[in-house]
Design a binder for this molecule. Structure first.
Ligand SMILES: [Zn+2]
Length: 244
């Protein structure tokens, strides 16, 4: 009696397993059917494009699912895949908006808040510093400056964290020589590190808020209006380098 029970239980479990496997198979096939239906009902093109793979000696295959529209652009890539996965390309097309752009849109990578904000090291000299959410801070020692805006925090950080670097004697002598040869500096004309560009930050000057480029003959030639960020950077650069 007990053996019968065990046998029936084992048979039942085996059947259940087969049923699960069959269900899974049906799900997969159904998904493929939906994909085929989508291609057919939307008249989408599927394009394969191969491009040589440089040194590797083989080629990579790109798959595009292309939809057709009545207005420009007439053809729009609504699904694509670069790893030979046709199903993934079709799935992306099936999830595309009704009037998609010419290419699938991917989420913008988070802009790096301090990408072009060169923050000086903290008071202890740590370089792992950054500014975001109205706070300029050192990530190593918790030193921080809070302000109404991130730009303001950044500006105040650099103003209170000058870069102090010992200059070797030879370099200092050479720098003094170059300074002696330079024509007199224009008040409020803040040069970039390379000395090729400058921003005028003296409100008294008629060119206040403009960018300049150095002409080969040494004259400053005005360019365009400086951006808010360029003005902030120039002001803090001026403060650090005592150009005010
Ligand atoms: Zn620190």
């Amino acid at each position: 009696m007990l053996r019968d029970f065990d046998r029936v239980t084992a048979e039942r479990d085996a059947l259940q397993q087969r049923l699960n496997a069959a269900d899974q198979r049906i799900d997969e096939l159904e998904r493929d059917k939906h994909r085929l239906d989508a291609l057919e009902s939307n008249c989408w093109d599927v394009r394969f494009d191969s491009s040589p793979n440089g040194d590797a000696g083989d080629s990579s295959i790109k798959i595009e699912v292309v939809g057709h529209w009545m207005d420009q652009p007439l053809e729009r890539v609504i699904g694509e895949n670069y790893s030979e996965n046709l199903r993934a390309a079709i799935d992306q097309a099936m999830a595309a908006p009704a009037y998609p752009p010419a290419r699938p849109e991917y989420p913008e990578p988070e802009p790096d808040a301090d990408a072009d904000w060169h923050m000086n090291p903290c008071k202890q000299g740590h370089r792992d510093v950054g500014a975001s959410g109205g706070v300029a801070a050192c990530n190593q020692c918790d030193e921080k400056i809070e302000a109404a805006t991130t730009q303001e925090a950044f500006e105040r950080w650099n103003a209170t964290h000058p870069v102090v670097q010992p200059i070797p004697d030879q370099l200092r002598d050479a720098t003094n020589m170059i300074d002696a040869l330079q024509p007199e500096r224009i008040k409020g004309m803040i040069e970039t590190v390379g000395g090729e560009h400058a921003v005028m930050i003296d409100p008294e000057n008629g060119h206040y808020g403009w960018t300049f480029k150095k002409h080969p003959d040494g004259q400053w030639v005005s360019g365009r209006k400086a951006t808010e960020r360029e003005m902030i950077a120039a002001r803090s650069h001026a403060q650090i380098t005592n150009q005010l």
